[in-house]
Ligand binder design. Structure first.
Ligand SMILES: [Zn+2]
Length: 106
């Protein structure tokens, strides 16, 4: 983590505009030489204007595409297919566990 401030939880844009309530959920387990890492969503998701538009239109494919550059920031120990699965499963969890409509952020 860096101290860059809030980002869009979908595309990592530095200008999130909306906050979507979401319950906590587990979206993945990854086994590595250092053990099992559990991936947990905690709380709401921030979204930039572009991602919010896609959420509101239920354009899940484009939301996934917008997140792909984020996988370039994975650690060297994480294969690309695992990073892609984690993004897909996290976004699927967001759809399932979302708690309401967006509220303005920032
Ligand atoms: Zn975004």
């Amino acid at each position: 983590m860096t101290d860059q401030g809030p980002i869009c939880d979908f595309c990592s844009s530095l200008s999130p505009r909306w906050d979507y309530g979401c319950a906590d959920f587990i979206y993945g387990f990854v086994l590595s030489s250092s053990g099992v890492k559990e991936y947990i969503n905690r709380g709401g998701w921030l979204a930039c204007e572009e991602c919010a538009t896609r959420i509101d239109h239920q354009d899940w494919e484009q939301l996934f595409v917008r997140a792909l550059p984020v996988t370039q920031n994975r650690s060297a120990a994480t294969p690309i297919y695992i990073a892609l699965n984690l993004v897909r499963d996290a976004q699927a969890g967001f759809r399932t566990h979302r708690t309401g409509t967006k509220v303005s952020f920032g």
